[in-house]
Design a protein around this ligand. Structure first.
Ligand code: SAH
Ligand code: SF4
Ligand code: F3S
Length: 455
């Protein structure tokens, strides 16, 4: 049977889609490998510029593999396939790509792959010339959007003890810099019963922690199948909290504009909901937020942080920030710095603004020079790191519950795990503990992780 390798770029959505692709292929008898696979699948991301460059670079490399071995198959999918200028380029200049599918038809991939192999088999022997212009064997199917959700697809999880669970797909927010609403389509929520069934199944299979995924989980609206009642995100959290055997619930991402008081209260009331929230602010200036179409102000965001910390003392907060959004003045940027100092985040993902074709902000005339973006970026990172360092230092001396993920990649005898606050902890221990929750006393801290001793 043939072997495959999946190369994944992008966010947790894409990682989870790759787990589903892997699950479907495994179900049909294909095996996963990292060495000389017969099939390579590249799951792409469109969020920032260098992703495109890496993608086309990887394809160039794969052409060489294909010339050496005409049986080799190159498949591409993910967010970039939902962008017309990308698929046009692929179709015209990359004839050695065999299967092209998008974010709305992942479930069709195994059939598409087999269809391609059948077409090829019908042609008999392959020649290098055919490889160079193999488009005629290509199976290429992309949908713009899809209203229904395909349920019941298998997934091959990366970890035995924890899992991603999609609760919704797509995004309706159209932040002016962002490509996601174009690549993932309109927002659709799964039925609550389907989510609960999936989580019960995962727990029966050894899962202790689930991370609920959606571009904006706070706008989840799932209709029950029996009486068509609408559940919101907090209803779902309470129901999940009642599942026996499940130990931890996380979610991402939460849009500040829809973060409700009821959800904040749920952090205090649901013991399984971890004391951690990823709350992307994007910018510290209300003016910039307005131009980004984020629908909240600096003051409203700070008020949310205050409420969260009041209701859940010790809650860890992380964020995403974009530096150099079109028209961002020095004063507006300094408002981002002052917000970062004021909030003192546990961790942050900071990005240089990258114009995305088809989004409104890419057309704004006042783009910021790269040089200025870089200087601002470095200033921000310094502040963010100071924040993380001081938040981490406060953990020293505390005993934390740590879910053990696996052995450290560099140091033998050392295990890695996460606290409820999503802090990475290294400590000495036997590998039998992987997948268990253990008590670890924190003995030292630095900017990105903690060190501890099992108690
Ligand atoms: N749905 C999530 C974000 C998904 S994209 C949310 O709303 O928070 C992840 C992050 O990528 C965003 O939070 C943003 O900070 C960053 N990002 C998105 N588009 C970008 C762009 N054009 N340039 C730079 N960063 C971008
Ligand atoms: Fe993009 Fe905004 Fe939707 Fe997040 S909420 S995916 S940043 S459009
Ligand atoms: Fe990238 Fe698509 Fe995720 S653009 S960040 S993989 S939703």
């Amino acid at each position: 049977m043939k072997s495959y390798q999946i190369i994944t770029f992008g966010c947790q959505m894409n990682e989870h889609d790759s787990e589903v692709i892997s699950g479907m292929l495994a179900q049909r008898g294909y095996t996963e490998t990292e060495e000389n696979p017969d099939i390579v699948i590249i799951n792409t991301c469109s969020i920032r510029e260098n992703a495109d460059k890496r993608f086309f670079g990887t394809l160039g490399q794969l052409k060489k593999v294909k010339i050496a071995n005409p049986d080799f198959a190159v498949c591409v999918c993910g967010c970039m396939m939902q962008q017309e200028h990308i698929t046009t380029k692929l179709r015209q200049s990359y004839p050695w790509v065999d299967v092209i599918f998008g974010t709305h038809n992942i479930h069709e991939f195994p059939d598409m792959l087999e269809e391609m192999f059948e077409k090829r088999a019908a042609e008999g022997e392959w020649t290098v010339k055919q490889v160079r212009s193999s488009k005629e064997f290509r199976v290429d199917r992309i949908y713009e959007d899809r209203a229904e959700i395909v349920e019941g697809l298998p997934a091959r999880r990366l970890f035995r003890h924890k899992s991603f669970v999609n609760i919704m797909y797509g995004c309706n927010n159209f932040c002016t810099y962002c490509i996601v609403p174009y690549t993932r389509g309109r927002e659709k929520s799964r039925h609550p019963e389907d989510i609960l069934d999936e989580v019960r199944g995962l727990v029966a299979d050894g899962v202790k922690e689930v991370t609920l995924l959606g571009q904006n989980v706070n706008s989840y609206k799932g209709k029950t199948k029996i009486d068509e009642k609408t559940w919101d995100f907090t209803d779902l959290i309470y129901a999940l909290n009642d599942i026996d055997g499940l130990e931890r619930i996380r979610f991402m991402t939460s849009h500040p504009k829809d973060l409700s008081d009821r959800l904040i209260e749920a952090f205090a009331k649901c013991e399984k909901l971890c004391n951690y929230i990823h709350l992307p602010v994007q910018a510290g200036s209300s003016n910039v937020l307005k131009r980004m179409n984020r629908k909240y102000t600096r003051e409203q965001y700070l008020e949310l942080v205050r409420k969260l910390r009041e209701a859940v003392p010790g809650i860890a907060i992380s964020t995403d920030i974009i530096v150099g959004f079109p028209g961002e003045t020095e004063e507006e940027f300094e408002e981002t710095l002052s917000l970062a100092k004021e909030v003192c985040y546990d961790s942050a993902f900071t990005f240089l603004y990258s114009p995305r074709k088809g989004t409104p902000a890419a057309e704004y005339v006042d783009q910021i020079p790269e040089e200025t973006k870089h200087v601002r970026f470095n200033r921000l990172v310094d502040i963010m790191n100071e924040g993380s360092k001081s938040r981490n230092a406060a953990f020293v001396g505390r005993v934390c519950r740590v879910l053990v993920d696996g052995p450290d990649k560099k140091e033998s005898g050392i295990l890695n795990g996460r606290t409820e606050e999503f802090k990475l902890v290294d400590f000495e221990g036997p590998e039998e503990l992987i997948g268990q929750i253990v008590d670890v006393e924190i003995t030292a801290s630095n900017t990105f992780s903690l060190r501890g001793r099992m108690v």
